[in-house]
Design a protein. Sequence first.
Length: 250
Amino acid sequence: MDKTLNKLIQLSHQLAENQYQLVILGEGNTSADCGDGTFWVKASGSQLATIDEEGFSRVNKEFVLGLIKRGQMTDQEVAAGLKDSLADKSHHKPSVETFLHAIFLSEGSAKWVGHTHPVSILSFLCSKVGAEPFLNHIFPDEIVVCGELPMVVPYVDPGFPLAKKMLDTLRSYQDKMGYSPKMVLMENHGLLALGQTPRDVFNISIMADKWARVMIGNYIMGGPNYLSKKYANRIENRPDEHFRRQKLAK
Ligand SMILES: [Zn+2]
């Protein structure tokens, strides 16, 4: 089997392990860049917990990016476009969230992407506070693994409209920060973990989950006691934390 696909199947199974509560049933999807202008992405209707090579489709990245550039697309055009994006026409139709994967595997400079719907994170993202509590930090490891600032998108109809919004928001984030995010919080929807390795995607996903679970406890105890910007920035830039970050992602 293709080596990248093999690793992607393993990552998908890991993300779907019961103990983490990141996805159930058909929730979530994963992708990996093949380095030749194509990428593997979950096909429509597969389940991460039991997915095998049949559950993935190989698609042309430029073709998908070309679809996003269009002004508007009907549901029928999206379905037809996704089918036409297949690099191997024998594969199943890719997930409607293929657009998001193409964006982060190109302009977002990720090599691996994991999209999940974690119970803990959705406890915030589906509440009145939304993603706001994640814009400050509460402990060093979430900065080391998940980065200085998550990218946030409000709820937008999944598929083509969400892809448009995601691309605009990514470009604004890059203008402001000078680099790409490691995670995206999609309000009323879920998490995107953006990695250079499959391990990176897994680490970001479980650390973001821990971050959210700790914060739920913080809210019960009267609210989070945020680290000062000065300390958060220090963690982000300490040489030993850079080293730790690189080791963890291998
Ligand atoms: Zn989703």
